[in-house]
Design a protein around this ligand. Structure first.
Ligand code: ATP
Length: 752
């Protein structure tokens, strides 16, 4: 508008200017004056234009800036909220400060009052005592950083943690990062807040660490490994056709397996996860069918799990997807002799798996074993290491009862069900029910006979006082219960023993249970074979059988023990090679042959070795052609000599000349009859590799003697059924060899 106005004015002036054409001096003056004015006007106009241009530019800049700011404010709307939040927080802090100031003033007031009272002699003062007394901490002082976690752990029944990098405990379910679905399920089942073991074990497992969890019976250990397991599984890609489980939970008893499965199903359904319980002593076709359909979680007893893995050439299930392994009641599992099965399963799971173990009792001896399958574990312990739940009151009374035993799996399940739902009020059980059985209203446990170890007592007692219930337990020990005598050491407690004297002789089949009546055995085997063939299975397990199996094997061994007093070197003139030495020589030859074979030495070198060994054993010199063969032979001979505790004549002479000590020593021998074990079990302990391995591990010499007699045939005079002879100068070595032979036979018998 300004511009148009200016043009109008200029136009009118232009026209009047063109009208005056006269050139009078006054006109000229006026013209000069006009020119000056016009120039000055032009200048003004230019200035005016430049000002207005500047104004326009500045306005456009302002508009742009406004737009940008507006946009930024729009996009940072939350920032406003934050500022608002900050303002409110400031207000809160101010308020808190004000309160603290008030409190401090009150404290000062109190202190003043105290000083006043002290002055008036109403109160004790520092001057009254020489010792310095710490002054009461003012409430405004900040707490020490580590204080709350330690205090919280202490409040949670004394949680102790071992191992580096354990996360802090949680106080409520929401803190452990579980889904709404699980939160709802927890609420639905009345799990309001975590129990002490759950507060620490859940975050520790969720941080991906291996864990040993020890907490009293009924303290909620199951949930402690289930919740992290669900999160773990939900984080993995889903199962495809033919893939095995992601999590495997192993337990020692079938009842416990069923119990865990039940607890697991409370949550798994809402998460869309499938759980299968795999346990022995019951029909397996259903379990196979379920596994074939696919399951993210398997709860199992170890023996049956191995059967399932081996079934149909591994087509039923496999361990390829397993990344989370739980061993519940781990100590019991090892105690019951399931170590080989557990190890076989665990060794076939990928090494970067997460492994957790839980139990109410955990003897140190078991722990060492357990730690072999854990990697840098955290140990979380609540309360004592093997203690009876504090909610259980214990009393001891004497009584005498006679109770029957022996119930098959089907009856076991239905009886426990009846007991759980209150149909039957009294349950009489063996120690198999000592663990895991979770019956909330169970109020009394009667120990008819004393458990044979403390841990078993803890678990039996733990069937009462579940989930914090205050309950009464009466531990009843029969008054006739004998105090076990000090275990007899058959070797050292028998001073009258001399060479070749038999200390103990036991005949086979005197043990209970394992009846090797041929007809019965054959029938049972046939039936079993048919069942297995029908299901495409190799074998099944039976955990109960495992408990007594050691005794049965021992009875079948028909073991003969001998201790031989070896003549002390130097006590008499150097003895000539005796019958004993000839026997040793025989053993040495066999051992040398076995070692040669294992070392894959050729026939030639075998001869060299054989000659060298013989030469050394006879105390003679070696005529072997090469130095290396001599060295090898010497080393091997030394090894064999050490096993047999044999001192070559040459060496004996040397020792005598050196004034060697006249110490006598003993040689321990044990013979284990293996003739009547099933063929595969015999093979397991008579194969070259097995004997070599046992011999190396135990440092005892083992030889196969006698001949095999099939059922129905008996040895004639001077003949013997096939047996293993273990020999060593070290008693422990004989025991170790025997234990290993027993373990191998047991493994095979369980498999059968
Ligand atoms: N957070 C919780 N709040 C309330 N009840 C719970 C909680 N966690 C578990 N429970 C209940 O406590 C009972 C015992 O739990 P659980 O069987 O897991 O104990 P446990 O420690 O494994 O015992 P045991 O060593 O005897 O096998 C169960 O009935 C279970 O449902």
């Amino acid at each position: 508008r300004g511009r148009r106005h200016y043009r109008k004015r200029s136009a009118s002036r232009g026209r009047s200017g063109s009208r005056s054409r006269s050139r009078s001096p006054s006109d000229k003056r006026s013209k000069r004056g006009d020119d000056r004015r016009s120039r000055s006007r032009d200048r003004d106009r230019r200035r005016e234009r430049s000002r207005s241009r500047d104004k326009r530019r500045s306005r456009s800049r302002d508009r742009k800036r406004f737009k940008i700011e507006n946009k930024w404010i729009e996009s940072n709307f939350d920032q406003n909220k934050l500022e608002e939040e900050m303002r409110k927080r400031k207000e809160r802090v101010e308020k808190w400060r004000e309160e603290q100031r008030k409190k401090a003033m009150e404290n000062i007031g109190e202190l003043k009052k105290e000083i006043e009272e002290t002055k008036q002699g109403k109160k004790w003062s520092l001057e009254d005592d020489d010792e310095t007394v710490p002054i009461k901490q003012l409430p405004i002082l900040p707490p020490l950083p580590a204080y709350p976690v330690n205090v919280f752990r202490l409040e949670m029944e004394g949680i102790t943690v071992k191992g580096k990098g354990c996360p802090k405990p949680i106080k409520s379910w929401v803190q452990c990062g579980i889904s709404m679905k699980i939160l709802n399920s927890l609420k639905k089942h009345g799990y309001e807040k975590p129990t002490p073991i759950q507060t620490q074990a859940i975050p520790a497992i969720m941080s991906g660490r291996d864990l040993i969890g020890i907490a009293k019976t009924g303290s909620g250990k199951t949930i402690a490994f289930l919740l992290p397991m669900f999160r773990h599984i939900m984080d993995q890609r889903s199962l495809e056709e033919g893939e095995g489980p992601i999590a495997v939970i192993m337990t020692p008893t079938r009842e416990l397996a069923l119990q865990i499965t039940k607890e697991c199903k409370k949550f798994s359904k809402t998460l869309g996860l499938r759980v299968v319980c795999v346990y022995g002593g019951t029909g397996i076709s259903e379990q196979i069918a379920e596994l074939k359909r696919g399951a993210e979680i398997i709860v199992c007893t170890p023996g049956r799990m191995i059967d399932m893995l081996a079934a149909n050439s591994g087509r039923v299930t496999n361990l390829r997807r397993v990344t989370y392994v739980v061993l519940d009641e781990a100590d019991r599992m090892f105690d019951m002799g399931f170590e080989p099965q557990v190890m076989r399963i665990v060794d076939n799971v990928r090494p970067d798996r997460q492994t957790v173990m839980f139990s109410a009792t955990f003897p140190r001896a078991m722990e060492a074993l357990a730690r072999r399958i854990l990697s840098k574990p955290i140990e979380v312990q609540v309360g004592g290491r093997s203690v009876v739940c504090s909610d259980v009151e214990q009393q001891v009374v004497s009584l005498l009862l006679n109770l029957p035993a022996g119930i098959d799996q089907y009856d076991r399940d239905s009886i426990i069900n009846d007991f759980k739902n209150g149909t039957c009020k009294l349950l009489v059980a063996t120690s198999v029910a000592a663990r895991g059985l979770d019956v909330k209203h169970l109020i009394l446990v009667v120990n008819y006979s004393c458990p044979n170890h403390y841990e078993d007592y803890v678990h039996r007692a733990g069937r009462t006082g579940r989930a914090g219930n205050k309950i009464l337990l009466t531990a009843c020990v029969p008054f006739w219960f004998p105090i076990p005598p000090k275990p007899k050491n058959f070797y050292t407690d028998a001073p009258q023993l001399t060479e070749g004297k038999i200390i103990k002789k036991s005949s086979g089949f005197s043990g209970k249970g394992f009846k090797f009546d041929e007809t019965e055995q054959a029938l049972a085997n046939e039936r079993k074979k048919l069942q297995k063939a029908a299901l495409g299975l190799q074998d099944s397990d039976d955990e109960d059988a495992a408990v007594d199996i050691d005794e049965q094997i021992e009875s079948m061994f028909n073991s003969k023990k001998r201790v031989k007093d070896m003549a002390a070197p130097g006590t008499s003139s150097v003895p000539a090679p005796t019958a004993g030495n000839a026997e040793k020589l025989e053993i040495a030859k066999r051992l040398a042959l076995r070692i040669n074979a294992q070392k894959n030495l050729g026939i030639e070198s075998q001869d060299v070795m054989q000659q060298a060994t013989n030469a050394i054993l006879r105390g003679g010199t070696i005529l072997a052609p090469t130095v290396s063969a001599k060295t090898i032979a010497e080393q091997l001979a030394e090894k064999i000599n050490a096993k047999l505790n044999y001192v070559p004549l040459e060496k004996q002479e040397e020792e005598r000349q050196d004034g060697g000590q006249n110490e006598s020593f003993k040689r321990y021998e044990e013979e284990l009859e293996i003739n009547d074990f099933p063929q595969t079990a015999r093979w397991k302990v008579t194969s070259k590799e097995a004997l070599q391995r046992i011999s190396e591990y135990s440092e005892a010499a083992i030889t196969i003697r006698g001949t095999y007699f099939p059922p129905g045939k008996e040895p004639k005079e001077g003949e013997r059924k096939i047996y293993l002879a273990i020999e060593s100068a070290n008693e422990l070595a004989v025991q170790k060899a025997k234990a290993e032979i027993t373990r191998l036979i047991k493994e095979e018998l369980i498999r059968l």
